[in-house]
Design a protein around this ligand. Structure first.
Ligand code: ATP
Length: 470
């Protein structure tokens, strides 16, 4: 049984070990922006790579795209973001705290009311900070970051940082179709930064103002939307489990008819059980021909697809699985975190929060990442650093492993302490080079979760680690 993790505990480990830092920390930080340190950026890279392999590399009918962040402002008029990408902002007149209206209501078990002009607060909503009921009416606040292109800062130079990567795909639909010679059904995938001027960034990296998305636009024949939507929901659920999130920590939220956007025929959110509640990792929506249709209308360029075999011409419908890298990384960190007490014979018991381990036991924090996702795959330890022959042998092993895997070299402290340091960053394997290695070319390899040690030939090390990662 795992104890409930506090986000402060996780953030403290992430800072101490170099997963995540506050952006611009030396200047006091900037709310809603985060930097990924040496281990965090490896972790993030592994998430992106796992997604790209699964979505693009392993499928013949999906291709990639890397579109620019700033696009023609008309893109955002066509997409509806200029007119409608707004959140209801509510301020407490008493303590000045600012809220996203829908979140404030949900926290108090109520729903924000939709009115003709915008939104209204239901009866009885209070400021969660000071308790005052003296709140402003919800005002619409557009979440897009504005900037200017070129030296003149006037209306005609206004541009936006993209609030999602999807529109880059829709805008290039024609070029990709013409150059990749794909046939419907086919998909275009993209990974990249997105920016939203969130009213209330919170829950660590969960709601940030700069984040990364992994989006797939899967174009289908009208009428097959439901079938492909079901397919992608199942595919995506399997993928989350393949990177180490257990089925019981995941959930699907199926949108009711009245919750859907007017153009959508279905939407399912994949949710993860975070310490701060069940929250969205990814949304999978069947969006009909809304996006291509709007770009066709605004650009005057045809977005039709012509099927030569059947002589049919149509604007494809789209199914969109849209995931956030940062939220997935956060889910993986939460899921991996584990505190245990271990005995001299490697007996294990769950740590009790705030208590010292019993006599003969010591505490360890272990990040149980799936080996595929772990930032460092293997650490190499020479038993003693003052024995040149051990150091030289160990260096040889390290150089070989480093060609294949992100590897870590550590010579300082007792072996037990070196194990603990690797456990805390989730390294699946530690390899120790000792005096026997010098005579028979074998090493001990120790596995993170079971803490079992095994003696194997140096020549078999790479293969063994590869097997676990496959
Ligand atoms: P939310 O309701 O939480 O604001 P959303 O439904 O607006 O999210 P989408 O527009 O569907 O989110 O974006 C797709 C994905 O992008 C989300 O599932 C999430 O993983 C990620 N994402 C969206 N906004 C943020 C954010 N502010 N910070 C981090 N990730 C985000």
């Amino acid at each position: 049984m795992k104890n409930k993790l506090s986000m402060e505990t996780l953030a403290s480990l992430c800072k101490r070990r170099g997963f995540i830092f506050q952006s611009s920390e030396i200047y006091g930080g900037i709310n809603g922006f985060w930097d990924y340190g040496p281990l965090g950026c490896e972790l993030k890279r592994n998430v992106r790579e796992a997604w790209w392999k699964n979505i693009v590399q392993h499928r013949e009918n999906i291709v990639g795209l890397d579109a620019s962040i700033i696009m023609h402002p008309k893109v955002w008029e066509a997409s509806g973001h200029v007119g409608g990408f707004a959140d209801p902002m509510v301020d407490c007149k008493s303590c000045k705290k600012r809220y996203k209206g829908d979140n404030l209501c949900e926290e108090q078990g109520k729903k924000l009311i939709k009115t003709e002009k915008g939104f209204a607060l239901p009866e009885g909503i209070k400021c969660t900070s000071c308790g005052s009921k003296d709140l402003t009416e919800p005002r619409s606040f557009n979440l897009m970051f504005k900037t200017f292109v070129g030296p003149v800062e006037d209306e005609s130079a206004i541009a936006y940082l993209r609030p999602e990567t999807a529109q880059g795909i829709f805008a290039q639909f024609g070029n990709v179709l013409a150059t990749s010679r794909q046939k419907v059904p086919f998909g275009i995938a993209q990974i990249g930064k997105a920016f939203r001027n969130e009213i209330n960034p919170r829950n660590y990296t969960f709601r940030s103002r700069e984040f990364e998305q992994m989006e797939l636009e899967f174009f289908v024949k009208p009428g097959s939307d439901q079938q492909w939507h079901d397919y992608w929901v199942e595919e995506r659920m399997k993928w989350y489990q393949s990177i180490g999130l257990p089925a019981e920590s995941l959930n699907k939220y199926v949108y009711k008819k009245e919750e859907l956007a007017h153009y959508a025929s279905a939407c399912v959110d994949i949710m993860y059980d975070f310490p701060f509640g069940m929250q969205e990792l990814e949304g999978i929506a069947a969006r009909g021909d809304f996006d291509l249709g709007r770009h066709q209308q605004f650009s005057g360029k045809s977005m039709e697809y012509f099927n030569q075999e059947t002589n049919e011409r149509f604007v494809p419908h789209v199914v969109e699985p849209s995931a956030g890298v940062d939220r997935i990384v956060l889910a993986l960190l939460c899921n991996a975190y584990c505190e245990e007490w271990i005995g001299k014979e490697d007996q294990v018991m769950p740590a009790e929060p705030g208590k010292q381990p019993p006599e003969g036991f010591e505490a360890r924090t272990v990040m149980r990442f799936h080996p595929k996702i772990a930032p460092v795959k293997v650490a190499v330890f020479p038993l003693l650093k003052n024995k040149p022959e051990l150091m030289e042998k160990a260096r040889g092993v390290f150089d070989t492993l480093q060609k294949w895997f992100p590897s870590f070299w550590d010579v300082s402290g007792a072996i037990g302490r070196r194990y603990r340091r690797q456990d805390e960053i989730g390294t699946p394997f530690c390899v120790t080079i000792d005096f026997d290695t010098l005579t028979n070319n074998t090493v001990t390899i120790r596995e993170r979760d079971s803490m079992k040690q095994e003696r194997i030939e140096i020549a078999k090390l790479t293969e063994k680690i590869h097997e676990t990662l496959a």
